[in-house]
Design a protein around this ligand. Structure first.
Ligand SMILES: *Cc1c(COP(=O)(O)O)cnc(C)c1O
Length: 398
């Protein structure tokens, strides 16, 4: 069956929540995908920063197979080996010493918000987040998300979320009141167009949290797990959160997420206060354990930094060669954005479509920026191919 038939069948049965590329993907390997028409793609989106080790990485597939042979699910009424091994690895390699496992980014953020509330003195419940942020689509996490367009039609939003102007420390300070319990932010905003937060600004946020006894929650759902060249983005910023959430790349495609914190804070949860039926599913946890082993192998994160710098320099070249369309490059590691000019913004979706026609997968984040989040195993040669095709697309725009 070809793409068009799959698309027709899909349209008959799905709720209308996604704008999809017109292709049914049947197979993936490394940075490549193949659709139902047999067309090959170079994937510089990696399932939205999820397949960090590429599609169907042999070690991850082996871990999934082996765990699926032993045990798929038993519930959190029992201990299981993959969950414990995963949590140990997260503890050994982060500021945290307690882990809660869930299934998605939004769920990890929900756990973080609930923990911040239950840990805080009675009467404190409000979370300050930033305009332009993205924290998920459940009611609480969408309320935390500082983008009004995601709230529209779903009001009233759950109470207890306020948003501060991006980059303005005084705006955050002005929102702190007797009811505030936490500040939630991404160290680098992914969805709203690859916008890094200044190191100074993040340090000032940390200082505000300390001064007002607020918890600092970092949403590293997109930036975590090697994407920016260090295991966690905050390691490059000299700021340590009290709670951190991880998801996207954790299972290299299997649904699993984690909330990490310190044991004094985690102690505010007691049995029965929070739970997830599937959270830390053994198969997903086995995959995630293997993901962490691979990311932590000597030289791996250095290679992400090196390829990120190489890619970033190539993109800089595009801003010089195509000043009419491309204005600047931003991001860290292999989470990079090509900021379009005012004129270029109007052509962003078209650029993504023209790239797709050439078999190159990228996306247009925040309606401002071409976003690149290739598998971290991408080669310099694949980066060259992407840049070459993007140059052709930009050169042909009139
Ligand atoms: C993707 C994302 C989420 C939501 O994750 P889901 O798994 O879709 O719930 C939350 N925060 C950030 C920063 C993200 O990039």
């Amino acid at each position: 069956m070809k793409n068009t038939e799959w698309i027709e069948r899909g349209e008959q049965v799905f709720a209308n929540t996604y704008t999809r590329f017109p292709a049914a993907i049947l197979r993936g390997e490394g940075c490549r995908l193949w659709d139902a028409n047999g067309k090959e793609y170079l994937d510089f989106l990696a399932g939205i920063a999820v397949c960090a080790l590429g599609h169907c990485h042999p070690a991850i597939t082996a871990a999934i197979r082996s765990q699926a042979n032993d045990l798929v699910h038993v519930s959190n009424l029992f201990y299981t080996k993959p969950q414990i091994e995963l949590a140990e690895l997260l503890v050994q390699n982060s500021f945290a010493d307690r882990i809660f496992l869930a299934n998605s980014g939004a769920e990890a953020n929900e756990a973080a918000i609930k923990l911040a509330r239950i840990h805080s003195t009675p009467g404190k419940f409000e979370v300050i987040s930033l305009l332009g942020s993205f924290h998920g689509r459940t009611l609480a996490t969408v309320a935390a998300t500082g983008q009004p367009r995601f709230h529209q039609g779903f009001e009233p939003m759950p109470a207890g979320f306020v948003h501060a102007e991006f980059g303005d420390i005084a705006a955050i300070e002005a929102l702190i009141g007797p009811q505030t319990c936490a500040i939630l932010c991404e160290p680098l905003q992914g969805e709203s167009g690859v916008r890094p937060l200044d190191t100074d600004y993040l340090q000032q946020i940390r200082t505000l949290c300390d001064r007002h006894q607020l918890l600092l929650i970092f949403d590293e759902v997109q930036t975590g797990l090697g994407r920016t060249g260090t295991l966690f983005a905050h390691e490059q910023l000299g700021v340590t959160p009290d709670i951190m959430t991880l998801a996207k790349a954790l299972g290299n495609g299997l649904p699993i997420s984690a909330m990490l914190t310190r044991k004094e804070i985690a102690a505010s949860f007691t049995p029965g206060t929070h739970a997830s039926t599937f959270g830390g599913n053994p198969v997903a946890a086995a995959a995630a354990t293997e993901v962490l082993h691979t990311l932590l192998a000597p030289g791996f994160l250095e290679s992400v930094q090196e390829k990120g710098a190489y890619f970033s320099a190539q993109l800089e070249q595009l801003t010089e060669n195509f000043p009419r369309w491309a204005a600047a490059v931003r991001g860290r590691g292999l989470l990079l954005g090509l900021v379009l000019t005012e004129e270029g913004i109007g052509r962003g979706s078209e650029i993504v479509e023209l790239m797709f026609a050439k078999g190159m997968i990228i996306n247009f984040a925040g309606n401002r920026v071409l976003r690149f989040a290739p598998p971290l195993i991408v080669s310099k040669n694949e980066i060259d191919v992407l840049i070459q095709e993007l140059s052709l697309v930009l050169a042909e725009l009139t």
